[in-house]
Design a binder for this molecule. Structure first.
Ligand code: ADP
Length: 251
């Protein structure tokens, strides 16, 4: 691919910025140091978080691509930026839960840690002003957020990604509790995994059941702890050989 020039900002979200490029089919995705929880109600800045997440996300998307899953990642170009395929995003968040944690425990009074007999897939309407509400399939298709065929394929791909990610984290003795995935259509109308997979978008527990993800921020105020978790996950998957899962000092 020819070298791309970075153009204007297309979108700035809570964790990332997307820039247009000299090729209309590609964007530059920049990872910020901002960290938010509860739809932006709790906010802070975590030095180097964007660097850790870019690096973690690149490793995971390269792994998924080796597993023959289509992702938007073309390549990482520096410590905070990636070239990605420009997608027309479906306004839905796909959550797959292997164990119960977070909102599902509150919603149905389910014990935290309950293992689902098969991975549970939920769809949420991506809309900050409505707090990303849970939606049923019939509403997704009724509102044309995607059609029936697309929804069926999104579900299938999400389950495959979940399966591959369970295997990925297993290598490090980490349990994938749940994760959020976002999909979009590329210029050939192919369904592609977009956005990011990082400790912002997944719940990860070590064998003692301790969190190695954004829950440390959601549930506490010790930013050093939060930082050490992101640093630890990055070091684990990028700099340590498989099986050597050392925990951050505080755990
Ligand atoms: P939010 O929008 O929730 O604040 P982010 O800060 O992560 O989240 O912003 C990234 C935005 O970019 C998200 O809205 C996501 O749907 C969108 N996005 C992710 N990947 C792509 C892509 N390849 N093409 C177009 N939009 C994308």
């Amino acid at each position: 691919m020819i070298e791309l020039e970075k153009f204007d900002k297309m979108y700035e979200g809570k964790a990332k910025i997307l820039y247009e490029t000299s090729d209309p089919n590609y964007l530059i995705q920049y990872f910020k140091d901002d960290i938010t929880a509860g739809n932006g109600e709790k906010k802070d800045t975590l030095a180097k978080k964007g660097i850790y997440n870019q690096s973690i996300c690149t490793t995971i998307y390269e792994y998924l691509s080796e597993c023959k899953i289509d992702t938007h990642l073309i390549k990482s170009i520096n410590s905070r930026e990636q070239i990605v395929k420009k997608l027309s995003m479906f306004p839905i968040e796909v959550i797959i839960r292997n164990h119960a944690a977070g909102s599902i425990c509150r919603r149905y009074n389910i014990r935290k840690g309950h293992k689902f007999s098969t991975p549970l897939l939920e769809l949420f309407y991506k809309n900050d002003s409505l707090n990303d509400p849970l939606v049923v399939d019939a509403l997704v298709t009724e509102m044309n957020w995607c059609d029936n065929y697309e929804l069926k394929e999104i579900r299938q791909i999400a389950h495959i990604v979940n399966h591959r990610m369970i295997e990925f984290w297993n290598q490090y003795n980490i349990t994938l509790v749940d994760a959020k995935y976002e999909f979009g259509l590329d210029c050939n109308l192919k369904i592609i995994l977009g956005d990011e997979i990082t400790p912002d978008t997944q719940r990860l527990w070590n064998k003692e059941g301790e969190s190695l993800d954004k829950d440390i921020f959601r549930e506490g105020n010790d930013m050093l702890k939060v930082s050490s978790v992101y640093e630890h996950i990055n070091a684990l998957i990028n700099y340590q050989s498989i099986g050597q899962s050392h925990n951050p000092d505080y755990l």
